[in-house]
Design a protein around this ligand. Structure first.
Ligand code: PMM
Length: 274
């Protein structure tokens, strides 16, 4: 068996009043920092800080609000020595976070929402996560139409990566993400997970994020068809992370870092990791 790299765990820190899972919990710097410290102690490699909810149907906030929510939290978490990513589609928000110590921009639009994003990434020399996305949250399910979802997501991610490279971003700084739940129905998410290894052909590391998402709630619906509540989707989330590790993912983006670190330890015990 050949050696494989240990997958990263990206812990989610949403400093928003309305994210679907942890919205409203970390609205001040102190409580956000406490949550970040706990995730780092539990084994997070990266803390992903977001100030705008991307849940389906979410309304947008302006850039000033997003900066007000995230900038100080980014600075405080980076001051702990942590690797910080900023979850934003806006170049102004990204620039401010990079100035405050973030080293990764996690753009759910893959750089498509803000034409100035690619230049901001290229100038700073940071890493970037380009997620597959077709539209802002309010309209995303109308765009969930695919023939072969893996082929189409791959082709669209390839275009997003090419746009970054054209702007001067070094290829080794680009990470790609299939965007589970974004303009995708449950069957699309399952197909992407079951064929995640095929995205490796794009030549970039792959980040995978299914933690607590609604397709898991639907899978685990009760006999009356009521989806499993968000706070009871952890075991299913862990199962997706282990499948992603096995498919060669570079990392997983999760809410429960401790449980994911345990699952990763089990997975590593069966692999020659380095
Ligand atoms: N999902 C959400 C937000 N940001 N970023 C990446 N790279 N991949 C994802 O799958 C992703 C993301 C939505 O989930 P949240 O509301 O729990 O943050």
């Amino acid at each position: 068996m050949s050696d494989v790299r240990v997958p990263r765990i990206m812990g989610i820190l949403n400093v928003t009043p309305d994210s679907f899972s942890d919205g409203g919990k970390y609205v001040d710097v102190k409580s956000a920092l406490g949550a970040a410290r706990a995730m780092l102690a539990d084994g997070a490699d990266i803390i992903d800080i977001g100030g705008e909810s991307t849940r389906p149907g979410a309304g947008r906030v302006d850039a000033a609000t997003e900066i007000a929510r995230t900038a100080e939290v980014v600075a405080a978490v980076a001051a702990e020595g942590a690797t910080v990513s900023i979850d934003t589609t806006r170049s102004e928000v990204a620039r401010e976070a990079l100035r405050r110590g973030a080293s990764i921009v996690n753009d759910v639009s893959g750089g498509a929402a803000d034409p100035a994003m690619a230049a901001a990434i290229a100038e700073s020399g940071c890493r970037v996560v380009l997620m597959h996305w077709r539209d802002h949250s309010a309209d995303m399910y109308g765009r969930a139409v695919y023939g072969d979802v893996v082929a189409e997501v791959s082709a669209e991610l390839r275009q997003r990566a090419a746009a970054m490279l054209d702007a001067g971003v070094a290829p080794e700084r680009v990470i790609l993400d299939p965007g589970i739940g974004f303009a995708k129905l449950p069957e699309h998410n399952w197909e992407l997970l079951s064929r995640l290894d095929e995205l490796g052909a794009l030549g970039h590391p792959i980040l995978f994020g299914a933690s607590r998402k609604s397709f898991l709630g639907k899978l685990l619906a009760d006999a009356d068809g009521r989806p499993r509540p968000v706070d009871q989707r952890e075991a299913a989330s862990l199962a997706t992370s282990v499948l992603a590790f096995d498919a060669g993912a570079w990392g997983v983006r999760v809410h429960d870092v401790r449980a994911t670190a345990d699952a990763r330890a089990v997975w590593r015990a069966t692999r020659h990791t380095r």
